[in-house]
Design a protein around this ligand. Structure first.
Ligand SMILES: Nc1ncnc2c1ncn2[C@@H]1O[C@H](COP(=O)(O)OP(=O)(O)OP(=O)(O)O)[C@@H](O)[C@H]1O
Length: 206
């Protein structure tokens, strides 16, 4: 099981502190949602927790099955879907899934055809991503996170661009996450974290 611990974490851009003195213990097996108004720092905090942004102060650690992980290895344990992470538009869905699993394998037993099926996009396997609708692209982003073999799943604004059917699909995939996975969400939309037992307001750290 995996635990992420933040101690007195802070992030400053130029002279502006986005947050300071963040203390958190995030345990696998449950979900946490970071909420707050636009610009309050949800995406920044998720990127810090993922190790993809440098902290200004404080300490972050990952413990996996009792061992401290090296920061260089954190990314192997994480799959992320976020608005700022773009898909490779020139590839077909099949090509994208094949490419993606070379560095982020899917869960055991899942083929690219299975993933396309679970994305409800079997009919679009040979279509280039640039011709996908915004909702189809969002399902692909989420699917790459949901179906990757990674204990930590990070979703920033997960239901943006999804219609009602897409939002139902999202909820179904959340229900099917493994019981030992850790789900972190950044959101302003209560419907996308209505299942989440740990809702954390980032404005407390202003
Ligand atoms: N690279 C950067 N350089 C300077 N300021 C930045 C940078 N990235 C983010 N910020 C600032 O940090 C603050 C927090 O931004 P962030 O994107 O984390 O907020 P958010 O809560 O996710 O917002 P939203 O709900 O609009 O997605 C904002 O004031 C933003 O302008």
């Amino acid at each position: 099981m995996l635990t992420i611990t933040a101690e007195q974490l802070g992030k400053k851009y130029r002279k502006e502190w986005i947050f300071r003195r963040v203390d958190l213990t995030l345990n696998a097996g449950t979900s946490y949602t970071f909420v707050g108004p636009n610009g309050s720092g949800k995406s920044t905090l998720l990127q810090l927790l993922a190790g993809s942004l440098l902290t200004t102060e404080g300490k972050l650690s990952y413990v996996f099955n009792g061992s401290l992980l090296e920061p260089d290895d954190w990314f192997r344990h994480i799959s992320i879907a976020a608005p700022y992470l773009e898909l490779v538009e020139e590839l077909t869905l099949d090509e994208l899934l094949t490419f993606h699993q070379t560095f982020k394998p899917f869960k055991a037993g899942l083929t690219t055809a299975d993933v396309a099926d679970r994305l409800l996009l079997t009919h679009a396997r040979h279509k280039e991503i640039k011709y996908f609708s915004s909702g189809m692209k969002q399902r692909v982003k989420l699917g790459l996170a949901f179906f990757a073999n990674a204990p930590i799943v990070i979703l920033d604004e997960p239901t943006s661009n999804l219609d009602r059917q897409g939002a139902a699909w999202y909820h179904e995939q959340v229900r099917q996450l493994d019981e030992n996975q850790l789900l972190l969400i950044g959101s302003n939309v209560p419907e996308e974290y209505d299942f989440c037992p740990n809702v954390i307001d980032v404005t407390q750290w202003k």
